[in-house]
Design a binder for this molecule. Structure first.
Ligand code: ZN
Length: 674
């Protein structure tokens, strides 16, 4: 599970320790549509040993080889359209400043950012601002005859590409979560074949599941479910199966990485991952996940596989992603304090004792420095990750939780002085509190969410982990957020030396309520509902607290000079409300109470007040902040001596967004269609 950056969203926070150090580093790389592209530093890379550098290097290569998999998972047309767009972009000879071309460039930048034709967050298809005539003419000029598939290019092929781009009803939405609709049929993602319905998918997996199995595999995690001759079959992602060429390339680099492993346990873990990729066997993936979870000694670490299931309307199939990283020892002291006190937090949580874990196992937590972001973690990336996702593994072997601090630092640095707080935060004293404490409390929120929140609580025996179905992701994120919010205000954090002021938590509380009630709406188009799980979770919590605290005016929406502000009158009572809601959501999860979960989500998390929404968009439009941010990666170069032996790996930060995307398409396209 991941923590997204929506919480950060351009709040201007000062973090003086870094301000001088980072003066010359240019964090902002590109800006288009609703996107700002940043770059991040990889501090202390040069202090790794040569072996560790080589390990990182080969793991980053393995990470980049998986890019095409995600593009194809996102939508079946993506890998066909990308080379068409890139060919037009590179070959275009006429004035590159004309309006059509500029709009075309913007569209291509959006497609790169979305890893396909849909927005990475809203899941809606991008709307092009260039003309259909422009596209058709450029297609015929630049793509025809360039390869086998285009050798007999005719108008029909051109038209079908143009329909994909211009017809809003074609592949309209990547992941549809609208209640009452067939979520498989109405979603454009490529995780299910043509003609497969939601009822069929649910029946198929229900039939496979053995509810008495205490160590179930993650059904559907690494396959595409299709219909063949009227029967459902799984096309498994593996060598020799679906995505074979990409998985082969990934395994090739994993093999090379293995020779630089830091210890036997890490070497065995990589070997197990290769076995899983070779066989597609989900039991092997569970074995790998356990080995990976238990390897806490290695400095270098990585995620590589089909991991998060937010891209599947039914939350089963994992989107391919990879993040390579190494431990930030200094900052990890913070998360180690949290995880070494895990049992205290579990024992004191405001949930029914029946739903608590008697023994919280192996919650390991560290702060890491990301070295590469890939697949579903690129360009938009989480700032916190807690894996593995399988409930039984978490219960018996614990989980590994990380905070990507060089990424949060880059967000923070890039957001200085953008005017956000001045516009939306109610008064100067709250702004000052946020300036002083938001960076640390935001990081602590992420630590608590990932180290403790997701790992806390337990299911009652016999409860299906997927019982909450389409609402599972939203409720799970709410559970982890509430756990973090509740404990942020606990005197225990001051006692543990994690905060130096018992009021520091108010900075995060204010930001959370402001974001959940108002400012996250800037990411939603007028007239639309909230769909994404993390956003639903935030509104659920904030709107629930607003309503349940209304009688005592715990939190209010007030008007000042015609503008709406969040006003928190009683922070202590707000903490109590967070605790109450945590108790209820934990009950829902522990008992698998689908109806109560659905009711909470539908009542609080989905609908938007159109008037307030319009106001937020208006006020936001006067600021020049991009609602979404993502990153380009640094470039790693293998340095060899005259005999060809590797002697160093260097890192550079000078590649721009367009160059990186075009280079990735050139150098890492194992699933190339033409
Ligand atoms: Zn989470």
């Amino acid at each position: 599970m991941t923590t997204a950056i929506a919480t950060y969203m351009g709040l201007s926070i000062t973090f003086n320790a870094m301000a001088t150090d980072n003066k010359k580093f240019d964090y902002v790389v590109d800006r288009f549509a609703d996107i700002e592209v940043l770059r991040y530093k990889v501090p202390d890379f040069e202090n790794l040993s040569l072996n560790q550098k080589l390990l990182v290097y080969h793991l980053t290569e393995a990470a980049l080889e998986g890019r095409d998999i995600l593009w194809d998972q996102n939508c079946a047309v993506n890998l066909y359209l990308r080379p068409v767009l890139e060919r037009i972009y590179t070959n275009y000879k006429v004035d590159r400043n004309n309006a059509d071309f500029k709009a075309f460039e913007k569209y291509l930048k959006q497609v790169w950012f979305g890893n396909g034709i849909h927005h990475h967050y809203s899941m809606d298809k991008f709307t092009p601002e260039f003309s259909r005539e422009f596209f058709e003419q450029q297609f015929m000029e630049n793509c025809k005859g360039n390869s086998k598939i285009f050798a007999d290019t005719d108008k029909a092929l051109c038209k079908s590409f143009a329909d994909i781009i211009f017809d809003p009803t074609v592949y309209a939405k990547r992941v549809n979560q609208a209640a009452g609709q067939d979520l498989i049929v109405t979603s454009a993602c490529n995780l299910y074949g043509d003609g497969v319905t939601q009822a069929e998918v649910e029946a198929y997996y229900n039939n496979l599941k053995d509810t008495t199995d205490l160590t179930p595999i993650s059904y559907g995690l690494n396959s595409r479910l299709i219909k063949k001759d009227g029967k459902l079959i799984e096309e498994t992602y593996r060598i020799g199966g679906l995505y074979s060429n990409a998985i082969k390339a990934i395994c090739g680099h994993l093999n090379q990485a293995m020779q630089y492993a830091e210890n036997d346990a890490q070497r065995a873990t990589i070997a197990k991952l290769i076995e899983y990729y070779t066989t597609g066997n989900l039991k092997a993936f569970d074995d790998y996940s356990i080995m990976w979870t238990e390897d806490t000694a290695s400095k270098v670490d990585f995620i590589n596989g089909f991991i998060e299931s937010y891209g599947d309307p039914l939350g089963m199939t994992g989107s391919w992603e990879s993040i390579v990283n190494f431990k930030n020892d200094k900052a990890s002291a913070r998360t180690e304090i949290i995880s070494s006190n895990a049992q205290w937090f579990e024992d004191n949580s405001p949930v029914d004792p029946r739903f608590r874990k008697d023994k919280v196992k192996g919650v390991s937590a560290k702060v890491i420095t990301a070295a590469i972001l890939a697949g579903d973690a690129y360009p938009a990336t989480p700032i916190g990750i807690n894996l593995p996702n399988a409930n039984w593994i978490r219960a018996t072997h614990g989980s590994k939780s990380v905070t990507l601090e060089n990424i949060t630092e880059a967000y923070d640095e890039a957001s200085h002085g953008n005017g956000f707080n001045e516009e939306f935060v109610i008064d100067k004293s709250t702004r000052e509190l946020m300036n002083k404490y938001l960076f640390i409390t935001d990081n602590l929120h992420t630590d608590l969410h990932e180290c403790l929140g997701h790992g806390s609580g337990r299911l009652l025996p016999g409860v299906d982990p997927d019982a909450l179905k389409a609402h599972g992701s939203t409720l799970e994120e709410a559970r982890a957020d509430l756990f973090a919010l509740y404990y942020l205000a606990d005197p225990k954090l001051v006692e543990l030396g994690l905060l130096d002021n018992p009021d520091a938590y108010k900075a995060e509380y204010y930001k959370y309520m402001l974001n959940g009630l108002m400012t996250q709406l800037m990411r939603i188009e007028p007239g639309k509902d909230i769909e994404e799980a993390h956003m639903r979770n935030r509104q659920l919590i904030a709107a629930w607290a607003l309503k349940h605290g209304a009688k005592n005016k715990v939190v209010e929406l007030v008007k000042k000079g015609g503008k709406t502000y969040v006003k928190i009158n009683d922070y202590k009572a707000l903490r109590k409300l967070f605790g109450e809601l945590l108790g209820e959501i934990q009950r829902i999860k522990s008992e698998g109470d689908y109806n109560a979960g659905a009711k909470l989500v539908e009542e609080y998390a989905v609908k938007v007040d159109p008037k307030l929404h319009k106001e937020v968009l208006d006020r936001y439009s006067h600021l020049t902040i991009a609602p979404y941010k993502g990153f380009v990666n640094p470039v790693y170069t293998l340095v060899k001596d005259k005999d060809g032996n590797p002697i160093d790996v260097t890192v550079s930060y000078d590649e721009d967004y367009i160059s990186q995307m075009l280079r990735y398409s050139r150098e890492y396209s194992p699933l190339k269609k033409f």
